[in-house]
Design a protein around this ligand. Sequence first.
Ligand code: DC
Length: 216
Amino acid sequence: MIIAIDGPSASGKSTTAKLVAKKLNFLHIDTGAMYRAVTLYFLDHKVSLKNPTQIQHSLDNIDLKLSTDGKLFLNGRDVSETIRENPVTNFVSQVSSISAVRDRMVDLQRKLSRNHNVVMEGRDIGTRVFPDADYKIFIVADVDIRSKRRYLEMREKGVKISYESILKDLIERDRIDSTREHSPLKKADDAIVIDTTRLTIEEQVEKIIDIVQGNH
Ligand code: DC
C-alpha cells in the first residue's frame, strides 16, 4: 500500500508522515531529504548547475541509503543532520528543479518502495511518483503559521534566526516549488486536502489514520 503525502515546506508533513508510518508499521520515505542529500553532494563537489555532463556524472556517483531508523546515508556517510543546515536549505530548491535530478530520484523512490507498505512524503508523490497511490493527502497551512512553527523549531535547536527571514524564505521556496517547470508542487485532482493551520500534530496524524481506515 502506498500513502502519498504532499504539501509545502514546514506544513507539518514530515512529522506527520513519520508518525503515520510508525502507527501503521509502514516504511517512511522523506523525499525532500533525498533532494537535500543530492544538494549536499553538489555543494561538496562544487557541481555547476549549468553543466549537464557534470550533473549526470555526479548523479551516477551518488549512492543513497535509508536506514530503518530513518537515517539517510550519502555514499556511506550519515548526512541526516547536515542536510538540515542552511547551505543545503538555501540551495535545494534550485537543485530539485533540475529534471535530470528529479528523474533519478523518482526512479529511486519507486525502487525503494518495491515490496513495502510505504508512507512517502514530498511535493510530487501523488502527481508523479505514484499517481496510483492508494491514498493521496495534500497538506496545507497558512504561511505565517508555518513560519511560526519553523521559527520555534529552530529556536529549540538553538539556531539564531528571525521570524521575518523564515517567512521570507518560505514565501520564496513556495514560489520556486510551485512554479518550476518539472513536477511543480500541485495537488493531485484526487487528493484529500488537510488544512493543518489549526490542528495539532496528533490531530493531523489521527485524520490520516481515519482516512486510511475508512473512518472519515
Ligand atoms: O520537504 P523539504 O523542505 O525537506 O524539501 C526540500 C526541497 O526539496 C524543497 O525545496 C522542495 C524539494 N522537493 C521536491 O522538489 N520534490 C519532492 N518530492 C520533495 C522535495
